[in-house]
Design a protein around this ligand. Structure first.
Ligand code: SF4
Ligand code: SF4
Ligand code: SF4
Length: 270
């Protein structure tokens, strides 16, 4: 189990703990204020900060420990994510009372292009997402949130996975869980932070991918699909089959999706 399960799981995986979606957490005024300013503080400022950190990383080969620790402390307290395979995402979505789809804040920040791949969920009558400042996307306050069923949301997320998207859940001031994202390495703030500064602002899934070597043909498609460089499918000892490094695997399940031999399963990380 991850650090969040220990701190916020109450004996369960933390995102299965109903307390982390509760309306009591939403009543917290500090959290309401955070949500109002969320898009500009987490994304506009987040991308600016990433630019500065990337410069340091390039010069020194790593971030100073104190900078890294401060980044992680802030991310874990405010907006922290976890990668989830699709079956776990489907479980989170189908338990929600209401679901809306909204534009992706990262892609808007980078390209001012609207792509509807973020989902906000609410587990009670009061929906936190109504307080989001939609002027970030150049929209009026009552524009840009599209209500949809759990079934439709999961089906859209499966289609995005077909295009290589990684599913993630996010806190709105931890431990309150509110958002589900479908991210690509080239424009997701968290994935760019990982690739450009080696700082992990999201947890790995509670699952990890495993290969059944007796089924693997060594085609290499899983290695191509993995955004986290966790798979090596090169020949070893005259044999060719995929090797997954569990210490690098984030548990997204993209490799399982592309494996037509059915050689990859997701197993518990612990
Ligand atoms: S975390 Fe992913 S889906 Fe969410 S805003 Fe960023 S790129 Fe878009
Ligand atoms: S996609 Fe499947 S068959 Fe191909 S190398 Fe990966 S595990 Fe083996
Ligand atoms: S090995 Fe598979 S499950 Fe793990 S990060 Fe790579 S694609 Fe995702």
């Amino acid at each position: 189990m991850c650090q969040f399960c220990t701190q916020h799981g109450d004996g369960k995986i933390w995102y299965k703990n109903a307390a982390n979606y509760s309306q009591d957490l939403l009543a917290d005024l500090e959290r309401r204020k955070y949500i109002e300013n969320f898009l500009s503080s987490a994304f506009s400022e987040g991308f600016q900060t990433l630019g500065r950190l990337e410069t340091i990383f390039r010069k020194k080969g790593k971030l100073p420990d104190a900078v890294k620790a401060a980044m992680l402390k802030k991310a874990k307290a405010e907006h922290f994510g976890q990668v989830l395979p699709i079956e776990e995402i489907a479980d989170v979505v189908t338990r929600a009372a209401t679901i809306v789809r909204m534009p992706c804040a990262c892609r808007w920040n980078i390209a001012k292009k609207e792509e509807q791949c973020c989902y906000a969920v609410s587990y009670g009558p009061e929906a936190w997402y109504n307080d989001i400042d939609m002027s970030y996307f150049g929209k009026a306050q009552n524009e840009g949130l599209e209500t949809l069923s759990a079934e439709a949301a999961v089906s859209q997320m499966r289609a995005m996975e077909e295009q290589g998207a990684v599913h993630t859940i996010w806190t709105m001031m931890t431990p309150f869980i509110g958002a589900i994202c479908n991210c690509r390495p080239e424009d997701c703030l968290a994935m760019l932070t990982l690739s450009r500064t080696a700082v992990e602002t999201m947890e790995r899934a509670e699952q990890v991918a495993a290969v059944d070597a007796s089924l693997c043909t060594g085609c290499g498609l899983c290695e191509e699909a993995c955004h986290f460089q966790a798979i090596d499918s090169h020949k070893r000892h005259g044999m060719s089959h995929a090797h997954i490094d569990p210490s690098k695997c984030f548990g997204c399940g993209l490799c399982r999706r592309v494996c037509s031999a059915g050689a990859i399963t997701m197993i518990s990380r612990s």
